[in-house]
Design a protein around this ligand. Sequence first.
Ligand code: ACM
Length: 548
Amino acid sequence: MHEPAILPEPRLLVRAPGATTLGPATTIACSPGAEHVASLVRALLSPATGFPLADRPSRAPRASAGASDQIADSHPLDASGCDVVLELEPSLARLGPEGYRLVVDADAVRLAAAGVAGLRNAAQTLRQLLDPAIFRRAAVRGADWAIPHVVVEDSPRFPWRGAHLDVSRHFMPAHFLYRFVDLLALHKLNVLHLHLTDDQGWRFPSAAYPRLTEVGSWRAESMRGHAREGRFDGTPHGGSYSRAELVDLVAYAGERNVTVVPEIDLPGHTQAAIAAYPFLGNLADELGVWTRWGVSEHVLNVEDAALDFCRTLLGELLDVFPGRYVHVGGDECPKSEWRASASVQRRIAALGLAGEDALQGWFTAELGAFLAGAGRSLVGWDEILEGGNLPAGATVMSWRGTSGGRTAARAGFDVVMCPEAPCYFDHYQSDDPREPLAIHGCNTLADVYAYEPVPADLESDAAGHVLGSQLQLWTEYLPEPADVEYMAFPRAAALAEVTWSGPGRDLARFTDRLGSHLARLDELGVNYRPLAGPQPWQEGGTGVRKRH
Ligand code: ACM
């Protein structure tokens, strides 16, 4: 039996002698409200064990007993296994909305939390207490499903533990998004930030503007090698999601404690939208979906029709993504077209604004007002600070270092710290020349592990506005899901521990546990970067790199 190697490391884990073994007769019992976490527990444990983990047949409540007494009521254990008990326990509110307690002893495997989010986290910990074979997809013959006796009490340091994925530069099929959600949940990462649109491809389906995907989701070709080489592959690339795929993704992720935060990048990074609907642009010329990597000069105009487009589109987005946070981009909006456009200059004058940066501030505020009216909160990259006029309740993602995050937090705005160093996972993982082609930079596993999301000089009021951190996976150089996995793991395991376990963490302990954890990723067939460096199948540029 494996000794516990939980990742991210729990706040408290006490190992007791002994173990309890799951068997074919193991059942699941739930207190009221906890029932629908049972299906997650089954989804995590049934495939590899082959055990049905059926509901424990309900017994008549005792006249004087409350629900929790009923659960605690002793009952004969089946000789071939224990019971898994899921309990909602209000007193565990002291562990916060995502905290949980997990007790494995001779009687039962008890998962308890004040809310279902905590129970879901407990289920992920429980899975990690079992042999790595638990990550197999079909019944494993002869496996030992012993669970060491433990008491775990756990809760996260930060509420925002995110992963950003760019599905525009390279389209990632929906089935990979489900797998990616599973992998985030395994690491107790709880936000999937989906970058759905950019100059090079539009992935979000719109009923009002169907050409966004009919036209905007395909580009004629992609760059090959590094962008500075100026080479192209001559092969069309594209794809978009159906509404049903995204609705299902949101629900699937929600059951795993992952919130999907959608991003429609506005008003820059919009060449694909302008290619589909030329009325959105500033020039008379027709544009194609961009085939180069970088930042297109072509951006939205600010006519009423373009603003109406944005509001209609965001309305459709809100229908699909029910979460509080909606990301409207705001990064890297070149102003050359705005400077040259008579109608944009008239708009600036009519609004009495100081210039193009202030115009972007006004534009962001318009989007913020629309979202606030719908009960949602705007999120943007740190450029949204530049125009002033940041809408109340906005959240800033600090990517160009931490100064945007500091400024925003000091001004009372929530921030997510995701500076390029070390949170951009499209950067190299080492200076080993065998590393696959990446954009530039180097963020090693140790760099990520050493990251502290709250800058040391931030006053405590401002520090309270740091919601957490997230990793960024821009996909110019990651054409396939296997490439995304290579760059994501194991660095995501490090960021998971940064955001969950907090400042008391220790690299040597992490590295120890990571060895056991990689065995889990092996069972899942994750194309992670081996700790020893890139292997022959991973050398030399982009492309699918299979490990098995
Ligand atoms: C960004 O990397 N342009 C947010």
